[in-house]
Design a protein around this ligand. Structure first.
Ligand code: SF4
Ligand code: SF4
Length: 77
């Protein structure tokens, strides 16, 4: 199992709630405007993310998701 962290820039309104609650200060609001006219959040230091999911819980627009992915099995066994 591998955890996949994703920010949906089309859902993010750049409110900054997730930035304020991240215990590792991983998140920042971009200075580049997105397709919807908002400044979306992004991970400045993804290597510091502990995938605690607090940002996912806080986001009112469900723009951040952490999902488990099953890595493809080796079929050449
Ligand atoms: S999962 Fe936790 S550590 Fe990672 S960006 Fe979200 S709040 Fe920060
Ligand atoms: S809480 Fe959600 S909408 Fe607000 S900046 Fe973070 S990801 Fe974007």
């Amino acid at each position: 199992m591998k955890l996949c962290y994703r920010i949906d820039e089309d859902l993010c309104k750049g409110c900054g709630l997730c930035v304020s609650v991240c215990p590792k200060n991983v998140l920042e609001i971009s200075d580049k405007v997105g397709a919807k006219g908002y400044f979306p959040v992004y991970q400045t230091k993804p290597e510091d993310c502990i995938q605690c999911a607090i940002c996912c819980t806080m986001c009112p627009d469900v723009a951040i998701t952490i999902t488990e992915t099953v890595e493809a099995e080796d079929t050449n066994k």
